[in-house]
Design a protein around this ligand. Structure first.
Ligand code: NAD
Length: 293
């Protein structure tokens, strides 16, 4: 078992750090929030006074922060000057591809190895240790990070070089955002045309319109397996976070001159949904804005 630093103990990081502690690691944790620190302590982590203290002597340094600027700042202020040369830096936050590559290059210039390892799966998967990690970095960086990631998830995939994990994450979520909206539209239209939602589900879920949004996360209450729709769209994956990922996808698309008209439209619709005060609802709640009864 190893000494691990964990920085960013929020909704996701709190559960992930707890799982590393449960796996027997010596988890030295830091967050700006006292409340998050208190929870981490209860979950078996050792609470530190600063990120720099957490990082010293760690074999792996995991960050789970809101955005690229937080990662860049924590790396520059606390990680680069304090990490052991043998440590592996694992950033699990969802950030832009460009920043992910820049921080990995900066780490490499200091003789450190960094990988980007964003996750698929929400707060419940973080707590249950069932996340999927998509990892960008060298083969040796991936191998050094793999065991730690396996202690926090069920699937760990090497996506390619630095930034490839973030690229996979935003391409996946762009597809998910667009598919969810299309699924919502189909249910709304079906109902307006007089079809019973359950009957439409029974047909489309075994036909060519089938998707994860339909069969694992159906946006219509009472149809398909239990999903946030059955809790009036509370919990789950917030529309505001979907919007964040769609914006990252749009930034990435324009940086490489890729056409993404469906992703762009999904970003517009989630922007409107968030502006209307619904950013805290699960992203499948967008069905309400599309005319669902
Ligand atoms: P969160 O806001 O709950 O947690 C972020 C934590 O980082 C907070 O506790 C905050 O205090 C801490 N923090 C910020 N700056 C810091 C600093 N300089 N030093 C130490 N701590 C600092 O966010 P979250 O929901 O846990 O998401 C974290 C990341 O995971 C984001 O990049 C998000 O996009 C991604 N993500 C979230 C979900 C989800 O369902 N919530 C799913 C997949 C990916």
């Amino acid at each position: 078992m190893a000494r691990v630093a964990f920085i960013g103990l929020g909704n996701m990081g709190g559960g992930m750090a707890a799982n590393l502690a449960k796996a027997g690691h010596d988890v030295h944790a830091f967050d700006l929030s006292e409340e998050a620190l208190a929870k981490a302590k209860k979950a078996g982590c050792l609470v530190c006074d600063s990120a720099a203290d957490a990082v010293k002597g760690a074999e792996a340094i995991v960050t789970m922060l809101p955005a690229g600027r937080h990662v860049e700042q924590v790396y520059a202020d606390s990680v680069f000057g304090n990490a052991e040369r043998t440590a592996v830096l694992i950033d699990c936050s969802t950030i832009d591809v460009e920043t992910a590559r820049r921080v990995a290059d900066a780490a490499s210039a200091k003789g450190l190895t960094a990988v980007d390892a964003p996750v698929s799966g929400g707060i419940a998967a973080a707590a249950a240790g069932t996340l999927t990690f998509m990892v960008g970095g060298s083969r040796s960086g991936f191998e050094r990070a793999q065991g730690f990631l396996e202690d926090m998830g069920k699937t760990v995939i090497h996506a390619g070089g630095n930034g490839a994990g973030q690229a996979a994450k935003i391409c996946n979520n762009m597809l998910l955002g667009a598919t969810m909206i299309a699924t919502c539209e189909a249910f709304v239209l079906a109902e307006k045309l007089g079809l019973d939602p359950q009957t439409f589900y029974d047909i489309a879920s075994v036909s060519s319109g089938q998707s994860w949004s339909m069969t694992s996360y159906c946006p219509v209450p009472g149809v398909g397996p239990e999903s946030p729709a059955d809790r009036d769209y509370a919990g789950g994956f917030a529309a505001a976070l979907m919007l964040k990922d769609l914006r990252l996808a749009m930034e990435a698309a324009s940086s490489v001159d890729a056409q993404a008209p469906m992703g762009a439209r999904a970003a517009e619709l989630y922007q409107r949904f968030s502006d209307a005060g619904s950013g805290g609802l699960d992203f499948s709640g967008i069905i309400k804005a599309l005319g669902a009864k």
